[in-house]
Design a protein around this ligand. Structure first.
Ligand code: NAD
Length: 258
């Protein structure tokens, strides 16, 4: 399985969870991978564990200089980027009426500014190299549906659909595709943290949060897995033409059906 042989892929938020699983799958498929994360030690550790020459770099996706420097280093050390997975993300659980403005702005900065800054840097390299590429934004089921207590997350994840569609239109002449992956609940640190938080906000048990909030509308009561999302990311990265661009791929055990 060397379908990404010769490609350079940069994955943000790749020290943990979904990003790490995608970076690992890409490396196994032959790509030279950059593990970019605000957690510098975590990025270095993940890159070492992934192997295949993966490069760990410290990058806060909300910081323009750090993003541009990280992409410049990638080009110097591995070559121009062919695949971006803009995946870094956090979650804040709070009723909208109690949400501090600073938390709203921080969420939009990580999810939206981060997607913009990394997409811009990746597209510049894809245009310059003449090879085009694939820009994958990590959305969520919450790109399509809403849940209580997640106002900035739901707003930002919906916003990524619009950004991907613009990238698809502007990138097409240069062979740049853009799509959004929309996972259901995957048991990463981001989700483990919110199970007790949601139980508190809703006044129910943690088991009820899992069964009656997170997985209630799936077809089979199952969590989505890291492997499911890595498979989707491999499929989108390897897809060869503009036939599949500007889309969102919903991987949620049927929680949301388009
Ligand atoms: P995670 O907490 O395991 O990993 C997130 C990573 O992002 C961490 O390594 C963290 O250090 C990094 N990060 C946070 N802020 C950053 C910043 N400013 N710059 C660079 N890196 C930063 O979470 P995860 O569940 O793997 O989430 C990854 C993405 O998947 C997020 O965008 C999340 O919204 C999305 N997602 C997750 C789920 C789920 O159920 N886990 C479902 C849908 C979408």
């Amino acid at each position: 399985m060397n379908e990404l042989q010769g490609k350079v892929a940069l994955v943000t938020g790749a020290a943990s969870g979904i990003g790490r699983a995608i970076a690992s799958a890409y490396a196994q498929a032959g790509a030279r991978v950059v593990v970019a994360d605000i957690a510098a030690e975590g990025a270095a550790e993940a890159a070492a564990a992934i192997g295949h020459g993966a490069l760990g770099i410290a990058m806060d996706v909300t910081d323009e200089a750090q993003v541009d420097d990280g992409f410049a280093r990638t080009r110097r050390e591995l070559g121009p980027v062919d695949i971006l997975v803009s995946n870094a993300g956090v979650q804040i659980i709070s009723p909208l009426v109690d949400l501090p403005f600073a938390d709203w702005k921080r969420m939009l900065a990580i999810h939206m500014d981060g997607a913009f800054l990394t997409s811009r840097a990746a597209m510049r390299q894809m245009v310059e190299s003449g090879r085009g590429g694939s820009v994958i934004l990590m959305g969520s089921a919450h790109s399509h549906v809403a849940s209580k207590f997640k106002a900035p997350y739901v707003a930002a994840k919906h916003g990524l659909l619009g950004l991907a569609r613009v990238i698809a239109k502007e990138g097409a002449p240069d062979g740049i595709r853009s799509n959004v992956i929309c996972p259901g609940f995957v048991r990463t640190p981001l989700v483990e943290k919110q199970i007790p938080e949601q139980a508190r906000e809703l006044g129910i048990s943690e088991d009820d949060v899992i069964r009656n909030v997170m997985l209630r509308d799936t077809v089979d009561g199952e969590f989505t897995t890291l492997e499911d999302i890595a498979d989707a990311a491999l499929f989108l990265a390897g897809f060869r033409s503009n036939a599949l661009t500007g889309q969102s791929l919903v991987v949620t055990h049927g929680w949301h059906m388009q």
